[in-house]
Ligand binder design. Structure first.
Ligand code: 13P
Ligand code: SF4
Length: 310
């Protein structure tokens, strides 16, 4: 399909299917530009829950589309590339989490939304990076806590809340690649720059950062701080597309990975989605997200507890 046709084809299919296109900030700019809604994980989960469309085309990764399906059993949810996974979700299979949970029967299980529906189904409550602090603060004080699967987000939350938690040893292959040394060099070269970091980064990178937040939180900070003319961005560089729109006057420097020979700061899973695959999934209504109803109902409970916190 020629690129010049693909936009028209997506437009036609979106109307014909009564579809909504949801896109995460880490998608390629050309996908973000034609989405009906762009957001972080929590904003996308809410948009999916509230949509009146018949079809949700989810331009993001598998756990995000799965969350959309958990809220919408009667809608068709398609993901342009079904193999768009996530290292955090892959690193915490439900049977392993179950063993950990069974070994700690008195603990509450808080799971980051970057996990599978089966893992969610074993959890007491879900959080995203934008509401994690509020979720942890909402937990009864007398219960010990297991936090899965991101150890970096978990360690940052322990510092933020003072709440002791046992952490699952998972991490994001993108955020763990950021180099503290390269960040220190950039900071030394640009002392006027503010460092924006996602809490999935390793602690030494977070220690050098001025603002730590979800993707939407980092975008808001750049948009509001109009006195800052330069930002170093320690998260997936897809977000810079919206940052540049919000602040065309500012410079955004993506933090590179440790290895100069690869684009390791780009999420290889997010990049699997393309405009051609988006057009194809709207046309074929495949690949679809499906799951057993018992799993969906069990995963819905901790998601609803999170949503109830506002
Ligand atoms: P956000 O919820 O901050 O958008 O994070 C999603 C994600 O996968 C970060 O790597
Ligand atoms: Fe998962 Fe990391 Fe990609 Fe986010 S950036 S989807 S946490 S692998």
């Amino acid at each position: 399909m020629a690129t010049v046709d693909v936009h028209a084809e997506i437009e036609r299919l979106r109307r014909e299917r009564n579809a909504v296109i949801l896109a995460h900030y880490y998608q390629d700019g050309e996908i973000q530009d034609l989405a009906d809604f762009i957001g972080d994980s929590l904003q996308l989960a809410k948009a999916a829950r509230d949509t009146k469309a018949d079809v949700i085309a989810f331009c993001g990764v598998h756990f995000m589309a799965e969350t959309a399906k958990i809220f919408n059993p009667d809608k068709i949810v398609v993901l342009p590339d079904l193999s768009a996974g996530c290292s955090l979700a892959d690193g915490c299979p439900a049977p392993d989490l179950k063993r950990w949970k069974d070994a700690h029967p008195d603990h509450l299980v808080v799971s980051y939304i970057n996990c599978t529906a089966d893992t969610k189904a074993l959890s007491d409550i879900i959080c995203t990076s934008s509401n994690a602090k509020r979720v942890v603060e909402s937990l009864p004080k007398d219960r010990p806590v297991l936090f899965a699967p991101d150890r970096n987000l978990g360690a940052w939350l322990i510092k933020q809340t003072g709440r002791k938690m046992d952490l699952w040893p998972g991490s994001c292959i993108v955020h763990e690649t950021f180099s503290e040394r390269k960040l220190a060099d950039l900071v030394a070269r640009h002392p006027d720059a503010k460092v924006l970091a996602h809490p999935e980064c390793e602690p030494p990178v977070l220690a050098l950062s001025h603002h730590i937040a979800s993707t939407s939180g980092l975008l808001d900070y750049a948009a509001k701080h109009t006195e800052v003319m330069r930002f170093i961005v320690a998260t997936e560089p897809g977000i810079i597309h919206q940052m540049r729109k919000a602040r065309p006057d500012a410079e955004f420097i993506p933090l590179p990975g440790q290895d100069d020979s690869c684009n390791c700061n780009e999420c290889p899973f997010m990049r699997k989605n393309t405009l051609d695959k988006l057009a194809a999934c709207l046309r074929d209504l495949q690949p679809r997200i499906e799951m057993p109803e018992a799993t969906r109902l069990a995963a819905l409970k901790p998601l609803e507890r999170m949503m109830a916190l506002g």
